[in-house]
Design a protein around this ligand. Structure first.
Ligand SMILES: [Cu+2]
Length: 178
C-alpha cells in the first residue's frame, strides 16, 4: 500500500482549505434559492404604498472610492473596498452581493478578538441611517469568489449590492493594484 500523505508546510494549506470551505459554504447557502420568477415575499401586503410592492428600487446610498484588489493569475478570489454613505433616513441592511466577474460573492466582517484578527462571512452589513459604512481591509468588506477571469488593473467590475427589501445598487469598481 502506498501512502499519499505528504510532509510539508501545513499552515498555507490549512488557510487555503478554510477559504475553500468558506466558499463551499457560501455556495451551499446561496444555491437553494430557486431562480423561478415568483413574486417576492409579500411581507408588506397590508401596506397600500406602491413603493412597498415594487420588486426593487435603488438603495438610498452613494458609493465613494470603490475598488477591487487585483490578484495574480491563479488566485480566484479578491476583496472589494469602498465607502458607502447613506442618503436615507432608515438603516439599510445589505444582505447580498453579486458580480458577473465572480461565481459568487460574500459579505465579510473582520474582527479582532484576543489579539487575533480574522474575517468571516456574515448575513448582513448595516449602513446606518445618515451614516457611512466603510468597507476596507481592516473592517467589513466584500469578497468576490470563483473569479471567472484574471482581474487586470484598469478594468472596471460591476458589483451589485442588495438589501433585505430587494433594493439594489450597482457599483462600477475599478481594479487597482494591492
Ligand atoms: Cu475577506
Amino acid at each position: 500500500m502506498t501512502s499519499t500523505r505528504r510532509a510539508g508546510p501545513a499552515r498555507p494549506l490549512l488557510i487555503a482549505a478554510l477559504l475553500i470551505l468558506a466558499a463551499a459554504l457560501a455556495a451551499a447557502l446561496l444555491r437553494p434559492r430557486p431562480a423561478t420568477t415568483s413574486t417576492p415575499a409579500p411581507q408588506t401586503t397590508s401596506q397600500a404604498s406602491p413603493a412597498a410592492t415594487a420588486a426593487s428600487g435603488t438603495l438610498p446610498a452613494r458609493v465613494m472610492d470603490a475598488r477591487v484588489v487585483a490578484v495574480p493569475p491563479g488566485i480566484r478570489e479578491t476583496s472589494v473596498f469602498a465607502t458607502l454613505r447613506s442618503t436615507g433616513d432608515a438603516d439599510v441592511r445589505l444582505t447580498e452581493v453579486s458580480s458577473p466577474a465572480a461565481g459568487h460573492a460574500m459579505l465579510m466582517v473582520t474582527r479582532t478578538q484576543d489579539n487575533m484578527t480574522g474575517m468571516s462571512m456574515t448575513d448582513a452589513l448595516t449602513l446606518p441611517a445618515g451614516g457611512t459604512l466603510t468597507l476596507s481591509d481592516t473592517a467589513d468588506h466584500l469578497m468576490l469568489m470563483d473569479l471567472r477571469e484574471p482581474l487586470q488593473p484598469g478594468q472596471t467590475i460591476p458589483i451589485t449590492l442588495t438589501d433585505d427589501q430587494g433594493r439594489t445598487l450597482t457599483i462600477q469598481a475599478p481594479v487597482v493594484k494591492p
